[in-house]
Design a protein around this ligand. Structure first.
Ligand code: COA
Length: 372
């Protein structure tokens, strides 16, 4: 059996930013308009007035300060509250493919590889722009990589599930090098008109190059082991899908966008993830306290602080458990990979760390790596 190593990562960051203040101004304008339009129903008690959002609440509840998006104008227009992304013709690259290609080229450059060196490409993300052909196959074509490509979706855990898929194929010898690409346009599955969640998500794309660990000369991370788990839950759900047009009048149904029972997610996912990581490390004979870095899924700062403390057995030192959600918000599957890509410097040869993502499904995936 062969071994696998991560030799490159890349992040595509959209140019447009929405701060919490921008977001709250737009939301409150929308709420005021809605309340004015429904004033009679509100007065009669048959409708409830929409409350204002608050930037202070957002930072306190989540740690998020801003988010990058593919289209700011549509999201901040109180008459729209949704990104405006032009439908592209079939002759143009799709948006996810374009974002993925940018991240993939950065990851290839870091690995010192050309696209033609890649044997397999996985587009692992929470939502895919169309049913088929797979976005992965389009990215393969745009890049000029070889072999085969396919899409996979395990919501916020898609990146680690993609990494294990690639690592297992490399171990088995069926491929030598893979790209796992995570383009996430979360702004288009977020309900920006819902105060409870309008601040949660941002857009980004990440990519990871994984190679057979044989004759590697540059800096890399050996993949020591991977572990995945799922357990069905309705607490994070999006019912949008190809059957929606078989029903009448579904366009405004709230369940056609991201929905969550945030408090339940908090309570149920934290123990699941902490136990998953600790079991994974125990089976590998790794003392959790010896880990030099935790690159966690980026949904909520309090959640990450809790998991870091539970895993390391103490409060993580600054830099041991880097957060990027203050800048990017929750970027679904890409969050832990942004943290890994931007905060893996300063580790010495032999230092070990853990990438972990978790989310809808429920799902959780962990990857133990060693600096080399
Ligand atoms: N501005 C001001 N107040 C708000 C608000 C906003 N934008 N959104 C909610 N509130 C209010 C609520 O109405 C509630 O008021 P009440 O106490 O009078 O009922 C109060 O603030 C607390 O709301 P709650 O939803 O319980 O907040 P929370 O502390 O649980 O934080 C989340 C909300 C979503 C940030 C948090 O539950 C969370 O992060 N959960 C896990 C999310 C997650 O990981 N999801 C995975 C997605 S991949």
């Amino acid at each position: 059996m062969y071994k696998a190593a991560i030799t490159g990562t890349g992040v595509f960051t959209p140019e447009q930013i929405i701060t919490n203040d921008d977001l709250v101004v737009a939301f409150n304008a929308y709420a005021d308009k809605w309340n004015a339009a429904h004033a009679d129903d509100i007065a009669a008690g048959s409708a409830t007035a929409m409350a204002h959002s608050s930037a202070d609440f957002i930072v306190a509840a989540s740690g998020i300060e801003q988010r990058f998006v593919m289209d700011r104008e549509g999201v901040l227009d109180p008459d729209r509250m949704f990104p405006r992304l032009r439908n592209r013709s079939d002759d143009e690259p799709s948006i996810m493919a374009e974002m993925g290609v940018d991240a993939a080229n950065k990851a290839l450059a870091q690995a010192g590889l050309k696209a033609a060196d890649i044997d397999a490409l996985f587009c692992a993300a929470s939502n895919h722009e169309r049913a088929y052909p797979a976005i992965a196959v389009e990215i393969q074509d745009l890049l000029g990589s070889n072999g085969f490509a396919f899409d996979l979706n395990v919501a916020c855990s898609s990146a680690t599930f993609g990494i294990q898929t690639a690592v297992d194929m490399i171990r088995a010898g069926s491929i030598r090098r893979a790209l796992v690409v995570n383009p996430e346009i979360c702004s288009a599955h977020l309900e920006w008109r819902d105060r409870d969640c309008h601040f949660i998500f941002g857009d980004v794309a990440t990519a990871v190059v994984i190679e057979r660990d044989e004759g590697l000369s540059g800096d890399h991370f050996k993949v020591l082991s991977t572990r995945l788990a799922t357990k069905f839950s309705n607490n994070i759900r999006n019912n949008n899908g190809f059957l929606r047009r078989t029903h009448d009048a579904m366009d405004d149904r709230r369940d056609m966008q991201f929905m969550q029972e945030g408090r339940k997610v908090f309570k149920e996912v934290l123990p699941m993830v902490s136990k998953h990581i600790l079991d994974h490390l125990a089976d590998d004979g790794i003392d959790p306290a010896s880990l030099k870095r935790l690159w966690l899924h980026q949904a909520n700062k309090t959640m990450n602080d809790y998991i870091g403390k539970k895993v390391l057995g103490r409060d993580p030192e600054p830099g041991e458990q880097p957060n990027i959600l203050q800048d990017y918000a929750n970027t679904s599957s890409a969050g832990s990979i942004i943290a890994f890509s931007k905060h893996s410097g300063g580790m010495s040869r032999g230092d070990q760390g853990l990438i972990c993502s978790f989310g809808a499904g429920y799902s959780v995936g962990s990857v133990v790596v060693e600096r080399s």
